[in-house]
Design a binder for this molecule. Structure first.
Ligand code: ATR
Length: 273
């Protein structure tokens, strides 16, 4: 039986077990996927259990993604670029670390807003934290020019230096003015999350062909998603699909089946939010 896990500290909030156990049942596979509460100083011991063959691999979440980066033997290109590992697997004696967040972000838009990246254009990205790195990786790869803005401008400058000339920094105070040229608007800040302030932005200036997405999915309808839907001409994609799609590559590596993101899976997670 193949076994995999999601590790984090704490881990109780993770919806990954719901997703992977749904797929294990759906495809009739003899596998297991369990949440493990792992303090940072115990990650090394857990990784040894993958090396020893007890686990096929696992997911890594907050606060272990940067630590996992240094634990693996090899990393895929996304993990190297993003600077964090969220998926572990074994290939022979090699322990691999990958990052599936950029894939999940792009795959969600591919599914929900087909053609979103055709011809490139300008994407406006709000926020310069960990999630922003994955989004920037996907957008640069898909040929976008990015206007990046963040409350703490130095963080945005750091990401622009890392991702190269396609990423331009704009002052946070100017964020409203960026919208008129946006083909895509992405919120990667925690604004709009349950218990946090809403994102203060008037979407009136967005062109009618724009796509709006939020990586926040608790609540599912963030104030940004609500405001975008109120425009009725915009394409609007909530953040839950990114969570579902980022789980696909790991499941395929551990259990040998490429799973589908379906409305049934989505409904299961919506019930849990
Ligand atoms: P994550 O890994 O989820 O991206 P993070 O690294 O803590 O989390 O980043 C959170 C993002 O939300 C940052 O861009 C942060 O801006 P700062 O870099 O200035 O901290 C942004 N953010 C959080 N609270 C904010 C607020 N009240 N106003 C504006 N931006 C905020």
């Amino acid at each position: 039986m193949s076994k995999a896990f999601v590790c984090g500290y704490p881990i109780s909030h993770s919806r990954s077990p719901l997703i992977h156990r749904f797929w294990l049942r759906k495809y009739g596979l003899d596998g297991a996927y369990d949440p493990l509460s792992v303090p940072p100083d115990e990650l090394h011991a857990l990784v040894s259990r993958i090396r020893a063959g007890e686990f096929a691999g696992g997911n890594v979440t907050i606060p272990l993604k940067e630590e996992a980066f240094t634990e693996v033997d090899r990393r895929d290109e996304a993990a190297d670029t993003i600077g964090a590992v969220n998926t572990l697997w074994r290939d022979g004696v090699t322990l691999w670390g990958g990052n599936t967040d950029a894939y999940g972000f792009a795959a969600n838009l591919d599914a929900e807003a087909p053609g979103w990246a055709t011809g490139g254009g300008t994407a406006v990205v709000l926020g310069a934290g960990g999630a922003s790195r994955a989004v920037l990786h996907a957008l640069v790869e898909r040929g976008f020019d990015v206007s990046l803005t963040n409350r703490t401008e130095e963080r945005a400058e750091g990401l622009a230096a890392h991702f190269g000339p396609r990423v331009h920094v704009a002052p946070w105070e100017e964020r409203q003015h960026l919208l008129q040229h946006a083909k895509l608007l992405v919120n990667t800040t925690s604004l709009g999350m349950t218990g946090k302030d809403a994102l203060d932005l008037d979407l009136a200036a967005l062109p009618s062909y724009a796509v709006v997405t939020d990586i926040v999915y608790v609540p599912l309808e963030t104030p940004l998603i609500k405001a975008a839907k109120a425009r009725s001409d915009l394409q609007v994609v909530d953040g839950l699909g990114m969570l579902l799609h980022q789980a696909v590559p790991g499941f395929e590596r551990w259990f040998g089946v490429r799973p589908e993101v379906t409305p049934e899976l989505r409904a299961l997670i919506v019930d849990d939010i």
